[in-house]
Design a protein around this ligand. Sequence first.
Ligand SMILES: [Fe+2]
Ligand SMILES: [Zn+2]
Length: 405
Amino acid sequence: MAGEPLSIDLLIGKAQATIKQCEVIEKSRVRVSWSDSSGDSIYPMMLLRDCCPCEKCFSPSVNSRLTLFEQLLAAASSVANISSQPESLCIDWEDGHKSVYEAEWLYRRRLERAATEDRLLKMYCEVQETPWTITKPEEIKTGRYDDILRDPAKIVEFTETLIRDGAYVIKDAPPRHCLVEFLREIKAKHQSTHYSDGEWVIKNIPTSKDLPNSSKKLELHIDMPYLVKPQQLQLLHCLVQSADGGENKLSDALKAALLLKKENPEYYRVLSSVEVDFQFIKRYRGSHDWFICNRAPIIQEDPRTGLPSLCRFAAEVRCSSFNQPVEVIESWYEAFRHYWSILEQHSILIKSSPGDILAFNNGRVMHAREAFNQQQERQLEGIYADWDYLMSAWRVAKCELNRRV
Ligand SMILES: [Fe+2]
Ligand SMILES: [Zn+2]
């Protein structure tokens, strides 16, 4: 596989298969019998025609289908002749088009349930979000900055840990301005926001009215709950740490939400259904004004898994217009008080040192900051990224590792 270009086939990995025989069944399906113990595989003819790998229909260099859907609708999906050799299946379509499918290509795309499930794990990662068993800061996985940049296996570890635990500490980062480059080097990408097009800075400015840029305590929150899609990944690079205080508090909202659901299903129902309003209203000199509002429940479930996947809370930006009936608001406060106590009870304190980058799932692992001595300097750089590009980096790294097999 040396030098093999990126593709689903490379991501899925090696597949050794030979065809014993093939036949058309039920007029619109093809059955392929494999030489080994894999049994038979059945493919809809329409799918085979749609995914014809010939050079008129597909370009491997850009991993792109070249035919339009309207062409598929006009094309024949009935077979004039079908034949096979151990290494390939050949279909002559009634409109004269000819498709040749390699046995390995077909084998990797088997539609039997077990094969589909296996393929999904390889395409979307078999690691699942797992509620924290972490109770101490030392239990958060760490890796060296240079090692992650150099080694695809470390990129895989970094991304899979972020999926599983929602947190990872990168050690020994360069002194400053490395976050954009770090993401670019691992083949992910940062996100611009209204704060910055790249890295933003949090530092102690004694005259600042902005809580993050003070030495005061910040309680558990996620960044940007007022966005329809809050930032998914946050990286906080410690440049200067205060001697007294300044620890980050972290709490796994997934774990807390599952505990809440077990302890009090009614509270969970309230927090996962009652919509709360958030706002970000700022007037900037030298920049334009912002007036962002969004309305969503505190706990948001992943529609695919049904698991709580996003906790939307930040006291600073919760709107004073609570657009719900009186009794709903009262039950919301009662439920949230209980959820808050679980979040606090299972939180940990972690104190970053200069050169540490705390990477975490912004929507899942809530973060806070303890107050610190206002005479002392403390400075962080931060950046946001989203999962699509992080998962892209994971797939590229997986392909790189598969090339070496
Ligand atoms: Fe924050
Ligand atoms: Zn074709």
